[in-house]
Design a binder for this molecule. Structure first.
Ligand SMILES: NC(=O)c1ccc[n+]([C@@H]2O[C@H](COP(=O)([O-])OP(=O)(O)OC[C@H]3O[C@@H](n4cnc5c(N)ncnc54)[C@H](O)[C@@H]3O)[C@@H](O)[C@H]2O)c1
Length: 267
């Protein structure tokens, strides 16, 4: 049920690859709630993914941008403002990729070139994106910037590999840039720490299916689905959360505050 929570707002959504992507659901919800958006993803993802279908459903355009390229990001935000007819009100960073995890390299045998690339794609891209938005003065006062993260930033989940450090960095960038954006323009910056979710990035982690079941049992409300994550993103883009900033917000059915659940012991 749409409530026009984002009526008149303009946004950019990173990271929709296919209909399982969290960003895919966020894009649809934002449009349903009255926003105008542009979509973006890496050039290779545009060739492999189905983002043009989403663009059609959202009545919008796709602008290719590798999130590790300043030039691409500058072009993306310039073009988005032209297409949408003004400054932005919200931006979603929904990007994650680890080369060591993808290639099943043990954490104790990490390849550092790959680790650099992982940090660049999964975390520094958030800083880059915000720096370009800052320099272009591309976001309206009281705007909202969001990144997606995972609890492995704070607790150890061995199969998550170097993505744990990527997420710790991402969350820290939200706090640090959140200060500057808040002081200068009342713009908020937060991260949402989402439950395990069946997507391309999620299921790339080994043992993901078993872990998904474990997390579901550990969470009193069960794992939060991608659609519910999209609802939460809309709430954080809306004017109803104007004083929430520099936070890492758990959207995980209660998982983060559990110690043990009888459901897990009972099997
Ligand atoms: N799936 C989960 O279990 C889960 C849980 C918590 C947080 N998250 C986070 O949610 C976000 C979205 O992931 P998802 O689960 O929807 O998976 P997904 O695979 O659908 O999305 C990841 C996206 O990152 C994009 N990407 C990769 N390299 C890029 C680059 N160089 N430039 C621009 N884009 C690039 C991919 O093309 C893809 O669209 C990620 O930050 C992920 O870490 C996922």
């Amino acid at each position: 049920m749409a409530n026009n929570l984002l009526a008149g707002k303009r946004g950019v959504i990173f990271g929709a690859l296919d209909e399982k992507s969290i960003a895919w659901k966020v894009a649809l919800k934002c449009v349903e709630e009255g926003a105008k958006i542009t979509l973006t993803n890496a050039p290779v993802a545009l060739r492999m993914g189905k983002i043009n279908e989403l663009a059609e459903a959202c009545n919008t355009e796709v602008i290719a941008a590798d999130a590790t390229s300043m030039e691409d990001l500058e072009n993306l935000f310039t073009k988005s403002q032209e297409i949408l007819g003004g400054k932005l009100d919200f931006v979603l960073h929904s990007i994650g990729m680890s080369i060591n995890v993808r290639k099943k390299k043990a954490y104790t045998d990490t390849n550092y070139d790959w680790m650099h690339k992982t940090f660049d794609i999964s975390a520094m891209s958030f800083h880059r994106m915000m720096q370009v938005l800052w320099k272009q003065d591309a976001v309206n006062d009281w705007g909202s910037i969001l990144g997606l993260t995972y609890i492995a930033s704070q607790r150890t989940f061995p199969d998550y590999g170097e993505m744990a450090e990527s997420k710790a960095l991402l969350e820290s960038f939200a706090r640090s840039f959140g200060y500057h954006f808040g002081e200068a323009k009342k713009i908020r910056v937060n991260t949402i720490s989402q439950s395990p979710t069946m997507t391309t990035a999620g299921s790339g982690v080994s043992g993901f299916d078993e872990f998904f079941g474990y997390a579901d049992k550990m969470s009193p409300l069960g794992n939060a689905p991608a659609e519910a994550c999209a609802d939460y993103c809309v709430a954080l883009f809306s004017d109803f959360t104007r004083y929430v900033t520099m936070q890492n917000l758990y959207h995980d059915g209660g998982f983060s505050n559990m110690g043990m659940s009888p459901k897990v012991i009972e099997g």
